[in-house]
Design a protein around this ligand. Structure first.
Ligand code: ADP
Ligand code: MG
Length: 785
C-alpha cells in the first residue's frame, strides 16, 4: 500500500475572471520510503501540490489518502495533528522564527504537541547533531549562515521524527557547494522516510533522487518510477496537538522582547487612559471625602430649624409673582397707587408649635434624626456660693454692667440670655457632644443637672459668661480648668424664689442661703470644659459659655408652670413684680421668662447623616399636608443650598472627567487593535510556520491574545504606578492652592480593577486581529514575503 495517494486532485485559484488550474486532475502514489524529486517550471503547481500533501492547503475535489485513509472528511484538528505528527516541512527561505533561539525553533513542533521539556530538549539536540549543528546550538537564528539556517529548518522538520518530509526548493537560496551538502543531508534522511522535494534544478534531482516527477500546467507529465502494487487499507491514527497558554505567553513575550522600543511606546500610550482614570478616581475619592466632611460639618452647624416665626418660601414666590401681576392692575390704570404689604412681610409666617407638633417630631424615625433640640424661653432662678455666701447668677453672656434689668427681661427669650441648650440623643446617649466637642477637662455630661462650659477653638471664653456666674474676672485673665470644673450652681423653684408682698406684687427673696437649702432646689454641676472638635470649622452650634441639657429646661418648666407667681401673672394684665401696666408682648415675654409658657422658642433637628436629611424634610412636609396655611409649620434648612451645590458640582465634574478618561481608554484600545493588526501582518510568515508545524487556529489566536494580554497588563500596571506617583505632586499642588492635604488617594481595589479593565479591554481590542491571524490560510501565509 502506498503511504500517500493523490486521486484526481483538483485545485483552482480564482482571481478576478481568470481561473488558474494549480492542480489539474493529479493522481499519484508515494511509497513509505523513497526520495521523490518534483521538477517543473515556475508556476506549474509544484508548491500547491506539496501544500496539499502536507495539509497546508485544501484540494477542491478528488481525494488524498494517507495510508489508505481518505482525508475528504478530515476535521481541522485532524489536519493539525497530521501536520504536527506526520509531516516535516522545509522551505526555500528557511522560515525560522527570528525572535526564538535555535533550540526553541527546533522544539516548537514538540512544544505545540505538548511533549515534556526533557524529552523535547533531547530530541531537539539529537536533531541538531544529526544536521551537523552541534556547536551552533545555542545561537540566535540571525547569527547563522544560510546553509546553517536551512540545517536548523531541517532539524526542526525531523525533530519529531515524521514519516513524511516535504521540501520546497530547499536549496533555492544556497550556493552550489552548500546545496550539495544539504542534498546529501536530505538524502540521508530519506533512508527511513518518504521525502518529497520540489526543485527546478534537474541536475540535483538526477544526482540525489530515487524518482523524478515532471510537472507542468498543474499536471504530471512524466513519472520515472510510479508506484504499482495495490494493498488493503491499514489503520492510521494521529495524536492531537495542543499549545498551552504558557507556550503562547512565552512565544509572545520573546517576540515583544525583540521590539522593546515599540512595546514601551505602546504600553505608555495605552496606559494614558488608565493613568487619567486612576487620577480622576483618586481625586474624586479625596474630594468626595472632603465634601462629605464639609457637608457633615455644615450639617452640624446648620440643623433644620423651626422658629416661632419664619419665612415661608412658598409664600415668597407666590407673592412675588403676584406683584408682577400688580404692574397692570386697575389702580395703575386709574392713576392711583395701591397700598400693599411687602413680599417679605407677606411671607412672614407664624408657626403654631403645638404639643401635637412636638409629639409628631418625637415620632420621627430615630434612624433619620438622631438629635432634636427643643429650646424654651424660660428663665431659671440661679444661685452660686461665692466666699461662703449665695448670690444670684445667670447663664447669660450679656454684659451684666451695661444691660438694665428691664432690658434683660425683654431679651429673655434669646439664647444669649440663657446659655445654650445641647440636644440629648433621642435614644438616650449623649452622642451630639461626643461627635462635635472634645473634653478639655472633666467629662461629658450624663444627667440633666450636668452642665458644661463651652470654649472657642482657641480656648477663649466670653468674659461675661464668667462674670454672670459670679466670678471676679478681668479681661485677658487666665483660668485653670480645675478652678471651673466642679463649680456648683443651685436652681431655685419659683415658689421658693418669689414672695408675695402685702401689696399683691411678687418680689424675689433675699435670703439666698435659705433658698439654696430648700427641698425643691436642684444642684447643677459644671461637669466639663468642652471645645469644638474640627479646627477648620466654625465655633460649632453651641455658643461660647454655659450649655445645659434640653431636659433641664423641661424639668424647670414643669416645676414652675403651676407656681404662684405664674398663676398670678396669668390672671393679671399688669406686671406682677412691678405692678406697672404693660402691653401684650411684654406680658407674654414675662410669662415666658417665669416659665408660664411651654411653647418652644426654637427647635433644631439634626439628621443622622447628610443623606438622611431628605427623609427628615419629607417627614416635616408630611405634617403640613392638608393643613390650612395658618396651621402649617414652616422650617428653615440653611444647609440645603450649600450642600446640594457642592455635591452636585462634584458629581458633575467627576462624570465629565471620567468620560474624558474613558475616551482616552477607548482610544488606547483602538490603538492596541491597530498594533495587534500590524503585528499580525508582520508575523504572517510565523503564523504559516506555526501552522506547518501543526498549530491549531486556537493556538494562533492564543499567541496574539497572549501578546495583547502582556501589553494590556503591562499598560495597566504601568498606568497605576504612574498615577500613584502622580498623586504626590498633585497633592503637593492642591495643598499649596487650597490648603487641603492628601486629597488624591488611589484606592487599591480601584487600582486592581483598573489593571483588569486595561487587560480585558486590550485583549478585546486585540482579539479581532488575532482571530484574523488564526483564519489566515497557511499556504497563503507561507507565500507571503
Ligand atoms: P510553483 O510552485 O510550481 O511555482 P505554485 O504551486 O506556487 O507553482 O502555483 C501554481 C499556480 O497557482 C500559479 O499560477 C500561481 O500563480 C497560482 N497560485 C498559487 N497560489 C495562489 C493563490 N493563493 N491565489 C491565486 N493564485 C495562486
Ligand atoms: Mg513554488
Amino acid at each position: 500500500m502506498p503511504l500517500l495517494k493523490l486521486s484526481h486532485i483538483n485545485k483552482y485559484y480564482h482571481v478576478g475572471d481568470t481561473v488558474t488550474k494549480a492542480q489539474d486532475d493529479v493522481s499519484v502514489e508515494f511509497r513509505k520510503q523513497e526520495f521523490v524529486a518534483i521538477l517543473g517550471p515556475s508556476g506549474s503547481g509544484k508548491t500547491t501540490m506539496l501544500n496539499i500533501i502536507g495539509g497546508l492547503d485544501r484540494y477542491d475535489s478528488g481525494d488524498l489518502l494517507i495510508k489508505g485513509k481518505s482525508t475528504k472528511n478530515f476535521k481541522d484538528s485532524e489536519w493539525d495533528a497530521y501536520r504536527n505528527n506526520s509531516v516535516g516541512f522545509i522551505f526555500q527561505s528557511y522560515n525560522l522564527i527570528s525572535h526564538l533561539s535555535i533550540m526553541e525553533n527546533v522544539e516548537m513542533g514538540m512544544t505545540l504537541s505538548g511533549v515534556p521539556a526533557a524529552q523535547k530538549k533531547k530530541q531537539a539536540t539529537d536533531a541538531l547533531i544529526r544536521v551537523g549543528l552541534k556547536d551552533q546550538m545555542y545561537k540566535q537564528p540571525n547569527q547563522l549562515s544560510g546553509g546553517q539556517m536551512q540545517r536548523v529548518a531541517i532539524a526542526r522538520a525531523i525533530a519529531n521524527d515524521p514519516e513524511i518530509l516535504l521540501a520546497d526548493e530547499p536549496t533555492g537560496a544556497l550556493d552550489s557547494e552548500t546545496s550539495d551538502e544539504i542534498m546529501q543531508l536530505i538524502r540521508d534522511l530519506s533512508k527511513d522516510r518518504l521525502v518529497i522535494m520540489v526543485t527546478h534544478n534537474p541536475d540535483l534531482a538526477n544526482k540525489y533522487a530515487d524518482r523524478i516527477i515532471n510537472f507542468a500546467d498543474g499536471q504530471i507529465q512524466n513519472d520515472s518510477n510510479p508506484f504499482e502494487e495495490e494493498q488493503k487499507q491499514s489503520d492510521f491514527s494521529l495524536n492531537n496537538t495542543k499549545m498551552s497558554y504558557w507556550t503562547a505567553l512565552k512565544l509572545s513575550y520573546t517576540n515583544i522582547r525583540t521590539k522593546k522600543g515599540r512595546t514601551f511606546l505602546t504600553v505608555f500610550a495605552s496606559s494614558i487612559g488608565i493613568i487619567s482614570i486612576a487620577v480622576v478616581l483618586a481625586l474624586s475619592n479625596g474630594f468626595q471625602k472632603q465634601v462629605d466632611q464639609t457637608q457633615s460639618n455644615a450639617l452640624s452647624t446648620m440643623p433644620v430649624t423651626v422658629s416661632p416665626t419664619s419665612n415661608d418660601p412658598s409664600a415668597m414666590s407666590s407673592s412675588s409673582s403676584g406683584s408682577s401681576d400688580n404692574s397692570n392692575n386697575k389702580a395703575a390704570k386709574n392713576n392711583q397707587v395701591l397700598a400693599e404689604k411687602s413680599a417679605e412681610d407677606k411671607a412672614q409666617h407664624t408657626n403654631k408649635i403645638t404639643t401635637d407638633y412636638l409629639d409628631y417630631l418625637n415620632k420621627m424615625p430615630k434612624k433619620d434624626a438622631k438629635n432634636i433640640a427643643v429650646s424654651y424661653g424660660t428663665g431659671m432662678n440661679l444661685l452660686r456660693e461665692v466666699n461662703g455666701k449665695y448670690k444670684p447668677v445667670t447663664f447669660s453672656t450679656n454684659d451684666p454692667d451695661s444691660s438694665s434689668t428691664s432690658a434683660r427681661a425683654a431679651m429673655s427669650a434669646s439664647t444669649g440670655m440663657n446659655g445654650s441648650v445641647y440636644p440629648v440623643e433621642r435614644n438616650g446617649k449623649q452622642s451630639f457632644l461626643r461627635t462635635y466637642y472634645k473634653v478639655l477637662s472633666g467629662s461629658y455630661p450624663t444627667k440633666s443637672t450636668d452642665i458644661v462650659l463651652v470654649v472657642d477653638k482657641d480656648n477663649t471664653v466670653n468674659i461675661n459668661a464668667l462674670k454672670n456666674l459670679g466670678f471676679n474676672v478681668k479681661e485677658g485673665q487666665k483660668y485653670n480648668y480645675k478652678d471651673l470644673v466642679g463649680t456648683k450652681i443651685k436652681v431655685v423653684a419659683n415658689d421658693d424664689y418669689y414672695t408675695k408682698l402685702p401689696t399683691g406684687n411678687y418680689v424675689s427673696g433675699t435670703d439666698y442661703s435659705k433658698m439654696a437649702a430648700k427641698a425643691n432646689t436642684k444642684t447643677l454641676t459644671v461637669k466639663g470644659i468642652l471645645r469644638v472638635k474640627k479646627s477648620g470649622n466654625s465655633d460649632g452650634i453651641l455658643t461660647n459659655g454655659i450649655a445645659y441639657s434640653a431636659n433641664l429646661t423641661k424639668d424647670v418648666l414643669n416645676a414652675n408652670k403651676d407656681s404662684k407667681v405664674v398663676a398670678a401673672q396669668k390672671k393679671s394684665d399688669n406686671n406682677v413684680m412691678t405692678g406697672q401696666k404693660m402691653d401684650k408682648a411684654a406680658r407674654s415675654a414675662i410669662l415666658t421668662t417665669l416659665g408660664g409658657d411651654s411653647t418652644p422658642t426654637n427647635i433644631q433637628i439634626y439628621p443622622t447623616k447628610f443623606k438622611q436629611k431628605d427623609k427628615v424634610l419629607s417627614y416635616l412636609d408630611k405634617y403640613n399636608q392638608g393643613k390650612s396655611k395658618s396651621n402649617k409649620v414652616v422650617y428653615t434648612d440653611l444647609a440645603s443650598t450649600i450642600s446640594s451645590m457642592t455635591g452636585g458640582i462634584m458629581d458633575a465634574i467627576t462624570y465629565v472627567l471620567v468620560a474624558f478618561a474613558g475616551i482616552s481608554l477607548i482610544t488606547s484600545m483602538i490603538m492596541i487593535s491597530i498594533i495587534t493588526y500590524t503585528s499580525v501582518l508582520e508575523r504572517t510568515k510565523e503564523i504559516g510556520v506555526l501552522k506547518a508545524l501543526g498549530a491549531r487556529k486556537k493556538d494562533i489566536t492564543r499567541v496574539f491574545d497572549a501578546e495583547t494580554f502582556i501589553l494590556g497588563f503591562g499598560a495597566g500596571v504601568f498606568g497605576i504606578v504612574v498615577a500613584w506617583a502622580l498623586t504626590f505632586p498633585i497633592n503637593a499642588i492642591l495643598e499649596n492652592v487650597t490648603g487641603l492635604a492628601g486629597v488624591a488617594v488611589l484606592n487599591p481595589t480601584q487600582a486592581v480593577i483598573l489593571v483588569i479593565v486595561s487587560t480585558v479591554l486590550t485583549m478585546l481590542g486585540g482579539h479581532i486581529p488575532a482571530r484574523m491571524a488564526a483564519k489566515k490560510d497557511a499556504a497563503v501565509a507561507l507565500r507571503a514575503e
